[in-house]
Design a protein around this ligand. Structure first.
Ligand code: HEC
Length: 104
C-alpha cells in the first residue's frame, strides 16, 4: 500500500490522497479493482451504487462514464467536485475506471 500510495501523483484524486494520508483504507477494496477505480469508491460506494448526492456508476455504459469525465475535465458539465477530480486522471485511467463500473 505505501509503495502504491507514494506513486500517486500530486494531481491524483482527493479521495486517494485522503486515503493515503489516513493510513489503512477505511473500506475493504478487493485487489481486482483497478487502481484508477479505487479513488472513486469512497464517494460512489464500494460497488459504485452511489448514495445521496453522489450518482450511481454501476452498470452504466463505459462510454457514458468516459464522456462525463471528459466533460468534467473541460469544465463543460456542472459539478461541485467531479471537475477537480476528473482532472487528476489520464484517458487510460478513465477508461479503466469506466470499464470497471460498467461491468458491475
Ligand atoms: C469526492 C467524492 C467523489 C469522488 C472521489 C468521485 N466522484 Fe464522481 N461524482 C461525485 C459527485 C458529488 C458527483 C455529482 C456531480 C458533482 O457534484 O460534481 C459525481 C458525478 C460523477 C459522474 C456523473 C454521473 C451522472 O449521472 O451525471 C460520473 C460519471 C462520475 N462521478 C465518475 C467518477 C469516477 C469514474 C470517479 C473516480 C475516477 C469518481 N467519480 C470519483 C463525487 C465523487
Amino acid at each position: 500500500m505505501m509503495a502504491r500510495a507514494s506513486r500517486i501523483r500530486a494531481t491524483g484524486s482527493l479521495a486517494a490522497l485522503l486515503l493515503a494520508a489516513a493510513g489503512p483504507a477505511p473500506i475493504a477494496v478487493p485487489v481486482s479493482v483497478p487502481m484508477a477505480a479505487q479513488g472513486c469508491l469512497g464517494c460512489h460506494g464500494p460497488a459504485g451504487q452511489g448514495s445521496g448526492a453522489v450518482p450511481p456508476l454501476a452498470g452504466r455504459p463505459a462510454s457514458e462514464i468516459v464522456v462525463a469525465l471528459r466533460e468534467y475535465q473541460a469544465g463543460q458539465r456542472p459539478a461541485t467536485i467531479m471537475d477537480r477530480i476528473a482532472r487528476g486522471y489520464t484517458e487510460a485511467e478513465i477508461a479503466a475506471a469506466a470499464a470497471y463500473f460498467a461491468a458491475r
